[in-house]
Design a binder for this molecule. Structure first.
Ligand SMILES: O=C(O)[C@@H](CO)OP(=O)(O)O
Length: 235
């Protein structure tokens, strides 16, 4: 199985949709994906994901499936030392790197500022939902690897979000959540490719073949949307 994890196009948050430039991004993405093999399309319940996805679903004639657990994460807020409240995936990278040892997959939820009462449980929910989804697709998770119960050569596209998408990636790749959030940004309408690699011994494991690809924007001569990018030195 191959997964295209796609962040929605440029968001119009107040209106629960995407902006006019976002529609152009979604259209360019659909044109690019049309040239590939996609067997199934899934999407978050939020307008910005649905309205992005619809272009690809229409262009490829695929009936999309709602996947509620891929909605953007809620309640992941923490208070920065400067008093500002932020969502967890917007954490300042230099702040995370200030202290050693760095967070691990085992202890990220015990270290400030991520030692909030329910962060660990919320992440466990993502893990459980992901494992159930993989089970439905023929992969039984055992420890960190996946037993192949049924061969799966499908390519699926999942239209979702920045915070959720990176959290899912951290689970699939067994990388500490906070380091993934601090270390990656995926642009609106970008495609992150994850392949369940198999080597003929009955087991598979996810491997990332590319993060945040925006080739369709270059192709269509469209600018990159900066939604969720907080650095102040990016042109
Ligand atoms: O807070 C959010 O909900 C945003 C921005 O970080 O994520 P996304 O735009 O991907 O939904």
């Amino acid at each position: 199985m191959k997964i295209y994890l796609i962040r929605h196009a440029e968001p119009d948050y107040p209106n629960n949709t995407i902006t006019p430039p976002g529609h152009l991004e979604a259209q360019a993405l659909a044109e690019r994906l049309c040239g590939t093999k996609i067997d199934r399309i899934y999407h978050s319940p939020l307008g910005r994901a649905i309205h992005t996805m619809q272009y690809t679903a229409d262009a490829m004639g695929i009936q999309p499936t709602l996947l509620p657990w891929t909605a953007e994460l809620e309640g992941w807020n923490f208070v920065h030392p400067n008093g500002k409240t932020e969502v967890a995936w917007n954490v300042d990278n230099s702040w995370i790197r200030e202290h050693r040892p760095y967070p691990s997959s085992e202890n990220w939820h015990q270290l400030p500022p991520f030692n909030m009462p329910d962060f660990h449980d919320k992440y466990e929910d993502i893990r459980r939902n992901s494992d159930r989804f993989f089970e439905e697709n023929g992969y039984q998770r055992e420890g960190g690897r996946y037993r192949i119960m049924a061969s799966n050569r499908d390519t699926i596209a999942v239209f979702c979000h920045l915070g959720f998408g990176l959290a899912w990636l951290s689970h699939l790749l067994e990388l500490p959540l906070t380091m993934v959030w601090a270390g990656f940004w995926i642009a609106p309408s970008s495609v992150t490719t994850i392949v369940m690699e198999e080597r003929s011994h009955g087991w598979a494991a996810p491997r990332c073949y590319g993060v945040g690809d925006v080739g369709h924007l270059y192709q269509a001569n469209l600018p990159l949307s900066r939604a969720g990018l907080l650095a102040d030195n990016i042109d």
